[in-house]
Design a protein around this ligand. Structure first.
Ligand code: C2E
Ligand code: MG
Ligand code: MG
Ligand code: MG
Length: 283
């Protein structure tokens, strides 16, 4: 009996694995055509300065509208696209369209100080990345000081042995392109290396903003967010908090001298038209 149960268990397990592998392959194949078939769309989430709450810019967030499955989260397809090297093509599409959109908004007179584009570790570590950035800027005409690269490199070799990455970051800075470190505090990031990296901004991960509960008797309340703000300023970086959802969180961040914020408390990421309406109403 035990043996047959074990056998069934194994068959079930392997069928399950098979199904997952198939789904993954399906998704991978379909992702391959998503760029050509215009299934990608950029959403924009506004970012604000503190304490005056001026709208300063937007983070660009990719959306995949799958013809059958509907909306698929970037938290699912970005990691998949990295494993299959499709991130290069996708990342190029994002960068180009974000810069194009930025130029057109600036021409229309929207006073946007910057457009922040997410860049995954794999993209950043590609040796042609800086050429890509330069060529997209040249092609679209976006002034370089309007572009910010939001690097998701906290858990990677870039942080443990920065070497080349430091030089690349330096070249971006000298070229006037801003660089922010995304998801700061998430996973392992080497504090020792942080001081050697030429960055403009640290982005406090949403998890630490969520820790700000408004409960003044909880001594851990917002401790990491507050420490990160202090650390960033001591190292000469600005700091932005993501995932701000409540008035209490906003008040805490202002009280601790955080420079900028974004989150559902202000606005969700929006498609182009809606973001334009938001800009008009806000300004
Ligand atoms: P991220 O860069 O850390 O982006 C923040 C995520 O938090 C976004 O999810 C955003 O929609 C969401 N968010 C913003 N405000 C709030 C809030 O107040 N509360 C909560 N609960 N969530 C909030 P999204 O758009 O699903 O993106 C997930 C991740 O996918 C991003 O995390 C980023 O790592 C990746 N991603 C998205 N677009 C791109 C892209 O164009 N390129 C690359 N390489 N990665 C991207
Ligand atoms: Mg980001
Ligand atoms: Mg990110
Ligand atoms: Mg994040």
């Amino acid at each position: 009996f035990a043996k047959s149960e074990g056998g069934d268990g194994f068959r079930f397990f392997s069928a399950e694995m098979n199904r997952h592998a198939h789904e993954r392959m399906d998704l991978e194949n379909q992702l391959h055509f998503a760029v050509e078939n215009q299934q990608f769309e950029l959403y924009y989430q506004p970012q604000f300065s503190l304490p005056d709450l001026h709208l300063i810019g937007a983070e660009v967030l990719l959306r995949w509208q799958h013809p059958e499955k509907g909306f698929i989260s970037p938290a699912v397809f970005i990691p998949l696209s990295e494993e299959t090297n499709q991130i290069y093509k996708i990342g190029e599409w994002v960068l180009e369209h974000a810069c194009e959109q930025g130029v057109s908004w600036i021409r229309e007179g929207f006073p946007l100080k910057r457009i922040s584009v997410n860049v995954s570790a794999k993209q950043f570590q590609n040796k042609h990345f800086s050429e890509l950035v330069a060529s997209v800027l040249a092609k679209t005409g976006l002034p370089r000081e309007k572009l910010e690269l939001e690097l998701e490199i906290t858990e990677t070799a870039v942080m443990t042995s920065p070497g080349d990455a430091g030089a690349l970051l330096q070249s971006f800075r000298e070229g006037g392109i801003m660089v922010a470190l995304d998801d700061f505090g998430q996973g392992y990031s080497s504090l020792g290396q942080l001081k050697n990296l030429p960055l403009d901004r640290l982005k406090i991960d949403a998890a630490f903003v969520r820790d700000i509960s408004g409960d003044m008797h909880d001594k851990n309340n917002g401790a990491i967010a507050a420490a990160t703000i202090g650390l960033a300023h001591n190292l000469g970086f600005q700091v932005i908090a993501e995932g701000v959802e409540t008035q209490e969180q906003l008040a805490f961040l202002i009280a601790h001298g955080c420079d900028e914020v974004q989150g559902f408390y202000f606005a969700k990421p929006m498609p182009k038209r809606e973001f334009e309406k938001y800009l008009r109403d806000w300004l």
